[in-house]
Ligand binder design. Structure first.
Ligand SMILES: C[S@@+](CC[C@H](N)C(=O)[O-])C[C@H]1O[C@@H](n2cnc3c(N)ncnc32)[C@H](O)[C@@H]1O
Length: 568
């Protein structure tokens, strides 16, 4: 796809001005104008990652386009080709445009097929080979997580068709699509439902003494990772020899990178011991399913702010697969960053990504937050998001982190809200009642049963939206071995007990912050958690993205601010 400006965009327009105009639209809540304006900026300045990040931000959320928009599509393609931005929020826009695009519109009919037989009927009367070789479709499958049940059903039908029905000629034509589908299946950790017939066929192929041909290797890789299979080296060799485009990419994702992670795992330094039983159970979960899977991200600090972090010590506690640590490292390139986690598999993923981005100020260590004092360093800043609620006693975790926070240091915390997770807890209880195990098979069966009707027992006719489109995501959301949830009032008490000051609460809730002085004139900085409790009671889902807040030792900083070098 060419990245030259289209005729509809006048070349004398300055992309910087367009980006500034886009921002103004965005902050006024005029999303569509913001998207169109950012898209023009991206097309005019295709090397500028910042404009792309702005476009991604404006396209985040469940965007459904009313009609096809060529400019937005071109800009999304440029975003998907960019390594220094976060791609995943683009899914809904990408999917919506894919179904509206005249080149791929047939996918809209196909994804509405209720069952495989209807799908086969449509396929009989339509040639979809050009559609399946569409670049926009491949880019999305390669870079995004498919977060739509209907589209997921279509992909499972196409996979099943390739395995059981397609002729050798058809398979040759489908090979590049299947390679992209395989990347998606690997990324979602093979969450798609597999029928008995498909599983039998896969078992036959993989147990055959003959090494499969390239297309069959690709089909196999849509059902199970190539890494760990018998004769992996032979499979890689055959794929390399084939002239199938994207075979190299498949080898990289499914063989080279897992081998690299296994190697990294052996050399990760540990501190303390992991003695607590809950920590052990949590460790086991994330060793099996490191979370979250991510492919790209980017930092965007201005140069003058970057320098302010020189020599600062930063800890990312419970870094998982490292996305937050990598962003922190990009944003504070002059700081020394240590990121810790219980799961070596997660740390290995994180370290591989760190190397990919060429970052040198970030060290990963294996261990329990409860023993973090053993590292022997005090930190200026500690970031701990989505972790403390998975400890037996979040307060003990808090205390361990407080003990290593410098006197004037600042912590950024993210923990679950009881009120926002009400629907999630209902599903968790349903799973417990059904005695569904947290295995791959259990998770696949749960999604099939629950999404295809089980939800009605809890939610009536409408299934609420949940992020459960990869195995690690579903396990983290619904099958976690340990989960606490907080309330605003409970947090207030906890911070009092811990003798810590709240500096900023819910920084991302811009709109609520703006209303605070008017709603609570004696709390213009929005720091009284009793007031947030009142707001949350009226908007129970407000903190579905967690309670996020900055805290410090008592009396160390002016409430309502964080140190200059930390300002986002
Ligand atoms: C939901 S993931 C969040 C990962 C990361 N903070 C993020 O936001 O992407 C939770 C992570 O916390 C880690 N974790 C949980 N309890 C921990 C503990 N006691 N010590 C260290 N890491 C812990 C888990 O291993 C897991 O990788």
């Amino acid at each position: 796809m060419s990245s030259k400006p289209s005729h509809s965009i006048k070349s004398e327009i300055n992309p910087g001005d367009l980006a500034a105009r886009g921002k103004a639209f965005f902050y006024k809540g005029q999303k569509r104008q913001a998207q169109m304006t950012f898209a023009e900026a991206v097309i005019l300045a295709p090397d500028n990652a910042e404009y792309k990040a702005m476009l991604v931000q404006s396209l985040s959320g469940r965007q459904i386009f009313p009609q096809y928009d060529e400019n937005i599509k071109r800009a999304i393609i440029l975003c998907l080709e960019e390594d220094n931005i976060f791609h995943l929020p683009l899914f809904f826009s990408w999917h919506s445009l894919l179904l509206l695009d005249p080149a791929t519109k047939i996918l809209s009919d196909l994804q509405d097929c209720p069952d495989y037989e209807t799908f086969l009927d449509i396929l009989e009367s339509h040639d979809i080979s050009d559609t399946l070789n569409d670049n926009f479709l491949h880019q999305g499958l390669n870079k995004l997580l498919m977060k739509d049940y209907n589209f997921e059903r279509l992909l499972t039908h196409l996979r099943r068709y390739a395995l059981l029905e397609a002729s050798p000629d058809q398979l040759q034509e489908m090979a590049p699509f299947l390679a992209a589908l395989s990347a998606q299946c690997f990324f979602n950790e093979y969450i798609f439902y597999v029928t008995k017939e498909e599983q039998e066929r896969i078992n036959t192929i993989s147990s055959s003494p003959n090494v499969p041909d390239p297309v069959n290797i690709i089909i196999l890789s849509c059902y199970q990772p190539l890494y760990g299979m018998d004769k992996t080296e032979d499979l890689a060799h055959i794929l390399k020899q084939s002239r199938i485009s994207s075979a190299e990419g498949l080898i990289q994702i499914q063989i080279t990178e897992p081998i690299e992670e296994a190697q990294i795992k052996k050399n990760i330094e540990s501190f303390g011991s992991i003695a607590d039983n809950t920590s052990k159970a949590v460790q086991e979960q994330y060793e099996e399913n490191p979370f979250p899977r991510w492919s790209s991200c980017g930092g965007q600090r201005e140069d003058n702010k970057k320098k302010l972090s020189a020599g600062k010590k930063v800890l990312v506690a419970g870094c998982g697969t490292g996305q937050q640590a990598v962003i922190t490292s990009m944003n504070f390139p002059e700081a020394d960053i240590i990121a810790i986690d219980l799961s070596k598999a997660s740390l290995a993923y994180a370290q591989r990504k760190t190397k990919e981005y060429g970052l040198t100020n970030l060290t990963f260590m294996h261990g329990d937050i409860l023993e973090v004092g053993d590292i022997g360093i005090e930190f200026d800043h500690i970031a701990c998001g989505g972790v403390l609620h998975h400890m037996k006693s979040p307060k003990d975790g808090f205390q361990a982190l407080k003990n290593i926070l410098k006197k004037d240091g600042v912590m950024r915390i993210g923990v679950y809200s009881e009120s926002a997770r009400k629907n999630i807890v209902a599903v968790q209880n349903w799973i417990i009642n059904q005695k569904i195990p947290s295995t791959l098979k259990g998770i696949r069966n749960f999604r099939k049963e629950f999404v295809e009707g089980g939800y009605k027992e809890i939610f009536g006719d409408t299934l609420p939206y949940f992020d459960n489109f990869s195995v690690s995501e579903t396990r983290d959301l619904f099958f976690h071995v340990q989960e606490h949830r907080f309330t605003c009032l409970g947090l207030k008490e906890l911070l009092n007990d811990m003798e810590m000051d709240l500096l900023i609460f819910a920084p991302e809730a811009y709109a609520v912050h703006q209303r605070f002085p008017q709603l609570f004139p004696d709390d213009p900085k929005a720091l009284n958690l009793e007031n947030w409790h009142i707001i949350e009671q009226k908007n129970p889902g407000l903190f579905i993205g967690m309670y996020k807040f900055y805290i410090c030792h008592e009396g160390q900083h002016e409430p309502g601010t964080t140190p200059k070098w930390l300002e986002m």
